[in-house]
Write a protein that binds this ligand. Sequence first.
Ligand SMILES: *Cc1c(COP(=O)(O)O)cnc(C)c1O
Length: 390
Amino acid sequence: MEKQTLALHTQPQHADVYGALNMPVYHSAAYGFQSAEDMNDAFTGRSSNPSYSRVTNPTVTFFEDRVKQMSGAKNVYAFNSGMAAIANTIVALTASGRNIVTSKHLFGNTVSLFTNTMGRFGVETRYVDLLDPEQVDAAIDDNTSLIYFEIVTNPQLEVADISILSEIARRHNIPLVADTTVIPFSFFDASGLGIDIEVISSTKYISGGATSLGGVVIDYGRFPSLYRSIKFELLYNLGAYMTPHAAYMQTIGLETLSARYTVHAANALELAKRLQKVPEIKRVNYIGLPDNPFYDLARKQFGETSGAMITIDLDSKQACFNFINHLNLISRATNMFDSKTLAIHPASTIFGAFAGSQRRAMDVRDTTIRLSVGLESVNDLFEDILQALH
Ligand SMILES: *Cc1c(COP(=O)(O)O)cnc(C)c1O
């Protein structure tokens, strides 16, 4: 079956007694067993029967199974936020005295996780330019646990060549871990490109209109220690498993993901083209524009669509603030890929806690506004942007 059909017709592990067409929300902390032997099997991984909702829950398992079938992965783990998915993956794959090789351009909380949190436990992070394969290769040594990157960086919109990163990772026998939040996993072949493990903030596209927080790890099975560590250690010890209610909403979100994303991406392209003609806008950055430096590579890796994240540059920080203050339709909000269009000034918000010099090193400019393009009519979005500029 094709992905879109699987998104609607994943079969549950046990038929529902009432024939419910949606997987019910199992709001139960614990599950009873018929015998001591059944209990023994569940607790030692010989059966997949749920025991306790910190580690297994039928609603969450159903969500994981749906992502697993759609992605063709070996295993999928659902967490209660994107950061939980990233943190658990990193904790599973590295240890004190070891290091991570990654990009200078990363989601702000991921930088803080690597530098501050992991740093306190003796893990070193090496920030390099992922567009320069020699720098990446030179940063790797015998203690490197993984290469980590984002498929399209935010807010720079930089795209690394995944086949080159994959070749380096394979040569050193370390996993290539990618945050693929910004293009839905069902729209490109991450595993075929050489990504070993995908981490996703399912709060974004998958949740279906920003209904809930969630995180997903898609594990293509090339590094089997990940499974044992997450399933038998970290879910128990860190307690960051997805909640059943979020899994319910995100399961429904998967059903409309393809339909929604297609409109998100078409709207983003159309809006980007129109914004390029507006004199007050100094620069429009969108990887779907043919004159974008990453256009060809993005097409090769991600196919026909290019996501729904656009940035625009105005004259000054004050011009950005004025613009944001005058928006009527577009919401002033963080988050991405809500059905509603959102605008934010990254330098003063998401990256507001970083020093000016750090922001410059990360190429987060005071003149940049990030737009997450939603499902409204492009005419109305364009009109709101024009009136806010004047
Ligand atoms: C939002 C986001 C995260 C964090 O996800 P949460 O669900 O907010 O914890 C990580 N990476 C990227 C690229 C994101 O956009």
